[in-house]
Design a protein around this ligand. Sequence first.
Ligand code: AMP
Length: 300
Amino acid sequence: MSLLVTGSIGLDTVEVPTGKREHIIGGSAVYFSLAASFFTPVRLVGVVGEDCPPNLLSIFKDYDVDTSGLEVRKGSQTFRWHGSYVKNMNQCETIRTDLNVLAENAAKIPEKFRDSRYAFLANTHPTIQQQTLSQLHKPRLVVADTMNLWIENESKELAKLLKQIDGLVLNDGEARLLTGKQNLIVAAHEVLKMGPKFVVVKKGEHGCLMVSENDTFVLPAFPADKVIDPTGAGDSFAGGMMGYLATQGNSYPSTVKRALAFGTVVASFAIADFSVDGLKSTNRQAIDHRWEKFKQSMIF
Ligand code: AMP
């Protein structure tokens, strides 16, 4: 079923203990789109500035990503982000964020995208997330991501967004910041009170946790032996999860659990190289193979 995503599309500078890469392809919607396209066609909605380099615009050409909702805005500058994992590979430190075009209006959703049944509002300004959502006709499942910057600076807009979505995906630090609760199970239940019907808390190398009113599910991370750049792990996780869900057309607990496992596996490929190179080096067959291995490793 149709899967739409909006989020950031930009250029990252990333520092890890083994080195630094500048102005590489990044953005939440970029990672998400590539990851989800291993499962289902993706409709991308987003905006970059007129300074956007051609290699960023052409990244989707070999993937099942419809870019008719990608606007190159004259007179605007592309989103840029600089993060560091030098102190802790499991916790990113944001050095600098230049929102640029992300501080402006959302891109207009093409008419042919408005019937999308599945929507992922990847990490971007909560106002943009709401503007995008309001242009959709009748989505069946809407899931969003967010981060510290928005929890701290845009809490009112974020609260409005949370009332309109089915699911929220966020990491452990963000869940604690959003709710003021240290215990992640308690924090997840606090998030449910804010609106979403389910919440997925990502815990980096410690896996993830899914909580809904009647269900709590934990999954370890894939035991990856190659971790070069964790940037985009969360978005790739969400891409694998939503991509799989969109192919199933239902949200039964067993389907959601399999989707979380696909998200976990796709993320393990994303972190094996800088930028989107980890995702580019894999394919659906390798993902399925690793998914089976992951599943087998949990039977005891
Ligand atoms: P993650 O999956 O959480 O590692 O997401 C990393 C991506 O999020 C990077 O490629 C960044 O370009 C992007 N990003 C970082 N900060 C923000 C922000 N405030 N809003 C939107 N996207 C962001």
